[in-house]
Design a protein around this ligand. Structure first.
Ligand code: NAD
Length: 390
């Protein structure tokens, strides 16, 4: 099976970010001291990140590396402690690191503040500040968890969704006003520039070359101007630079259906921010649990922020029942994509597979029919099992 996360992010002078976190940071196999900014965040964030740091410590020990962790605040805990969701010190610390590891942010406690004082504002802000333009979500059905897939007769799902992360409707101009007839009006604009499409398309094509050479670009080109530009730019990049990669276009409504109808047809999906947000959550359900899904958000040059796809799960926080595997697998992506440590990354992924094969499960991934033969463990014990397997 292809390595889901193996690819490189092009260095490009078309990035509009003011940040260049890794411009001067070239991979050097002899240097093994790496700085990692760590954001535990809210809800289950501290629990799952603590287990992940245990795993990274074991990797450091086993392979002779030094990981220097710089713990910083983001989200609800930052609002509580310093009165803002994204403190400037957090931005500085992340920019001065080789990679960022994040748990999750948010929770009901902060749901009623003004938009700029919500945890999500911190999340959107850090993506923009770090120029994290491509979000990669591998969606893979682990063989030991095949029963967890809600679809009948599906045994293999192995795709990566590449979502544009700092453009489109989430970052477009918006306003709310009352018009001359007294109607309340709200506007959100979905804007894309050619270079924004180009750079994320290149990530998708590079990734496909290391997998099954197939990209499906998802848009709504039958209706939206931004999608017509998207389609045109993706086709041109493919023709100019990736003639051997198979490319097809799919409308987003059809893609939503095809993910359920025939998920095996997808290798690499590339799409804009809003469509990617929705489709990647839909696809994640195919694997049975959000608790298994890692993600990487990449800037130019290989710098990235790594976090699980799930949120802060406030309903189970502090009970030692959260699944830490999505965060541990996110750390494996970090080792591969930002820290140039592919063997170490493989080691973590293999350990996760082995522990699942032995029947260990956190509560969220126990399939009903397999409950009797599974050993249900908590968050800490799952972390220990991975550490011991390494
Ligand atoms: P969620 O992903 O936190 O939880 C959805 C369901 O999945 C819950 O039942 C939860 O218990 C379960 N779950 C999630 N992760 C799990 C894990 N590791 N192990 C076991 N079960 C797990 O989504 P939500 O409930 O919609 O959102 C909760 C909060 O998280 C909100 O404030 C939301 O804004 C925030 N959020 C943050 C991020 C992020 O930090 N990137 C992403 C999504 C949601």
């Amino acid at each position: 099976m292809s390595k889901l996360t193996e690819f490189s992010v092009h260095s490009s002078n078309t990035c509009n970010s003011k940040v260049s976190p890794t411009e001067t940071r070239k991979s050097n196999p002899t240097v093994t001291a790496k700085k990692i900014a760590v954001i535990k965040g809210d809800g289950i964030g501290p629990e799952i990140v603590t287990e992940t740091l245990k795993v990274l410590d074991k990797i450091a020990n086993k392979y002779g590396h030094t990981f220097e962790y710089n713990h910083v605040l983001l989200g609800g805990v930052a609002i509580d402690e310093v009165g803002m969701p994204l403190p400037p010190e957090t931005i500085t610390a992340c920019k001065n690191s080789d990679a960022v590891l994040l748990g999750a942010v948010g929770g009901p406690k902060w749901d009623f503040g003004p938009g700029h004082m919500r945890p999500e504002a911190g999340l959107l802000g850090i993506r923009k500040e770090l120029g994290l333009f491509a979000n990669l979500r591998p969606v893979k059905l682990f063989s030991a968890l095949a029963n967890a897939c809600p679809l009948k007769n599906v045994t293999e799902i192995d795709m990566v969704i590449v979502r544009e992360l700092i453009g489109g409707a989430y970052f477009g101009e918006r306003n709310t006003f009352t018009d001359e007839n007294g109607n309340k009006v709200a506007n959100d604009s979905m804007t894309y520039r050619d270079f924004e499409v180009e750079r994320v398309a290149k990530v998708a094509f590079d990734l496909a070359k290391k997998r099954h050479n197939k990209v499906i670009s998802v848009d709504k080109a039958n209706v939206l101007d931004s999608s017509r530009l998207w389609r045109e730019v993706v086709a041109k990049i493919r023709m100019d630079e990736y003639p051997n990669v198979e490319l097809s276009d799919m409308l987003v409504d059809n893609a939503a259906m095809q993910l359920i109808h025939n998920p095996a047809q997808f290798d690499v999906i590339v799409t804009e921010n809003l469509f990617g947000d929705i489709l990647s959550d839909e696809a994640s359900m195919l694997t049975g649990s959000l608790g298994m899904l890692p993600s990487a958000s990449m800037a130019n040059g290989g710098f990235g922020l790594y976090e699980p796809c799930h949120g802060s799960a406030p309903d189970i926080a502090g009970r030692d029942i959260a699944n830490p595997l999505a965060t541990i697998l996110s750390a494996a992506m970090m080792l591969r994509l930002s820290l140039n440590m592919p063997n170490e990354s493989d080691d973590i992924e293999n350990s996760v597979n082995a522990v699942l094969d032995q029947g260990y499960r956190t509560a969220d991934i126990v399939g009903k029919s397999e409950a009797e033969k599974c050993k249900v463990v908590g968050c800490k014990e799952m972390g220990d099992l991975i550490v011991n397997k390494l």
